[in-house]
Design a protein around this ligand. Structure first.
Ligand code: BEZ
Length: 181
């Protein structure tokens, strides 16, 4: 786990695996209320993922103040905007000397990585959207997900392998665009 200073404050990130020459790094950005572990550990420790991730070094960014053991920011601290959080990513990549990434983001993290991709298109080889993980985050508590019980694995399997996953995504989008009652 490392921290780097950026124009918007310090950012912490954790690296797993060894850099593979000429391959992009997988860079993750978590959603609100989570950190890299609570957001991505279930996915990255999922058996079927091992074949994929062993081919890539992984960089898991924690949004400022979300890392384990982070102190509470002082009163009046101005939290960076999502665009500023995206602008912190080049400092991480520069520190690690990584030139290209595949972004994996959930919720706010997906926005941050999409913003980063728009600003630095040449450094992004792809963005993945994990609809199954977002839906699991909707169905279960973080505590339940971290436990990765048989029930969670069963639902992850059902959703990941659903033949109508594209339709599920449409329903999910409608839900997320719902009007306030
Ligand atoms: C990984 O192997 O990339 C990973 C391991 C634990 C938590 C999150 C990610």
């Amino acid at each position: 786990t490392h921290s780097v200073e950026t124009p918007y404050g310090s950012v912490t990130f954790t690296v797993y695996g060894t850099p593979k020459p000429k391959r992009p790094a997988i860079l993750t950005y978590h959603d609100v209320g989570l950190n890299y572990k609570s957001c991505f550990q279930p996915l990255f420790q999922f058996e079927d993922m091992q074949e994929i991730i062993q081919n890539f070094v992984r960089v898991h960014v924690d949004a400022p103040g979300m890392e384990e053991g982070a102190p509470v920011f002082p009163l009046g601290y101005q939290y960076p905007s999502l665009d500023q959080l995206a602008d912190m990513i080049p400092c991480v990549l520069q520190y690690l000397n990584f030139s290209t990434i595949i972004g994996v983001g959930v919720g706010a993290g997906a926005y941050i990585l999409a913003r980063y991709a728009l600003n630095h298109p040449d450094t992004v080889e792809g963005l993945t959207s994990s609809i199954p993980e977002m839906i699991l985050g909707h169905l279960f508590s973080q505590e339940e997900l971290s436990g990765n019980s048989e029930l969670i694995q069963k639902y992850r399997n059902i959703i990941t392998h659903a033949p109508n996953l594209d339709n599920i995504e449409l329903y999910w989008n409608s839900y997320n665009n719902r009007r306030d009652l």
